[in-house]
Design a protein around this ligand. Sequence first.
Ligand code: NI
Length: 190
Amino acid sequence: MTNSKLYRRNYIPCLMSSSADDTVPSMINPYVEYVAGREPLEIIAATAGELASFIRTVGPEGLEQSLAPGKWSGREIICHLADCEIVFAYRLRQTLAEGHHVIQPFDQDQWAANYGVYDAPSALAVFSSLRRWNIALIESLPSAAMSKKVMHPERGEMTFRDVVETMAGHDINHLNQLKAIAERIGGEEK
Ligand code: NI
């Protein structure tokens, strides 16, 4: 599917989106329940391995499967995670570098319009590399940096730590979708 309106209508609202019809609750991290008190750094450190496992499990044909017409395929979800990691990389650094950084939302459906040209292993390579880069940055910071303020124009003021927790919750949300795809096509998570 390449019609962005299909994505918008059928896809689970994503906190990366600036879409006006997103219906996620207005809170700092709409996916906070996914994190559920776990250490966000541990969650985000495991995601690349889980994506690699998904790719191995479902195979090339399985990567093109989605949960319903108009929803992203597994490959497209991994492309989305790679693109989001670019965004998170910028947001983390700008939050640290500026006095009160204002986040710039983006339209995930417009970004997804190009996903037909990307393969899943390439998307995973981008995600894995950037994720390692981001974790190296986060781990290097003094604890005081976690409370550095940043403003999201749609969700209000948050902290650097909230951005990291958002990464974790966003990961889990999409990993759950991939798990559902693998179960749908009969694959087993490794
Ligand atoms: Ni998303």
